[in-house]
Design a protein around this ligand. Structure first.
Ligand code: CA
Length: 244
């Protein structure tokens, strides 16, 4: 789920945005003070920032420049919100590094559409270029987001899909639980290590309905996808994994 940071000092507008974004299925973080924005962005690493231009303490424009000059943060899409409707302001906003520009009063459906477009743009630039990943009889169709084993359609959840994609894109490479947490959930979300084991278990269950188990549990290390025979570790580690 994408997290949107709302930077807005006018409480009524901030609440309106929060309500509508959460209704549209986003998580939100609201920041009202300009001088708290950068630390909040660093802490939460939002998927997108809605940034009010007119803020006390520091302007949205300055914040935009700071974010764009920070290598860790510079790829986060920023939509500037402003009461200024002048064409030259738009140019200034965009040249400061904003990705998009919405003028107040804005229509909620239009803002939601802009958010969606900007999020999609980021996910396509980061998306893998491959249309299909294969490992033995397992096929991940990245276009339809479907998994097959031979001719069988394997029903798996979105998190299991992403885990499988990561493993299958790097066959035989071992991913630690920390690697998986970072790659699948990102640094900004608190997820218990055990959650990973639960998803791996689900993934195994779905895949193994149609063929042999290629997911390896490497004791005290992590997981990989591998078709080599590994006998010694599997029994114990599967047992560990099944503890609840
Ligand atoms: Ca304002």
């Amino acid at each position: 789920m994408a997290t949107i940071m709302i930077v807005e000092d006018e409480q009524a507008i901030a609440l309106l945005l929060k309500y509508n974004l959460e209704r549209a299925g986003y998580q939100t973080i609201t920041v009202a003070h300009g001088n708290r924005v950068i630390s909040a962005v660093e802490k939460h690493l939002p998927s997108l920032i809605l940034l009010d231009w007119m803020l006390p303490e520091i302007s949205g424009l300055e914040l935009c420049k700071i974010i764009r000059n920070n290598p860790e943060l510079k790829n986060i899409p920023i939509i500037m919100l402003t009461a200024k409707g002048q064409e030259e302001d738009k140019v200034v906003g965009l040249s400061a590094g904003a990705d998009d520009y919405v003028t107040k009063p804005f229509s909620v459906p239009e803002l939601l559409a802009r958010i969606k477009t900007n999020l999609r743009r980021v996910s396509t630039t980061m998306a893998p270029t491959k249309k299909e990943y294969c490992f033995q009889d397992i096929v991940l169709n990245m276009v339809e987001k479907k998994v097959f084993r031979g001719k069988n359609y394997v029903r798996i959840g979105p998190t299991e899909f992403r885990i499988l994609q990561l493993l299958i894109a790097h066959p035989r490479q071992v991913f630690s639980r920390q690697d998986l947490l970072r790659e699948i959930w990102g640094n900004n979300v608190y997820v218990e290590m055990r959650t990973i084991d639960v998803h791996i278990r689900r993934l195994r269950k779905s895949l193994n309905e149609f063929g042999p188990d290629f997911i390896r549990t490497i004791r005290a290390t992590g997981y990989s996808i591998d078709d080599h025979e590994i006998e010694e570790d599997d029994g114990e580690s599967k047992q560990l994994e099944n503890e609840d």
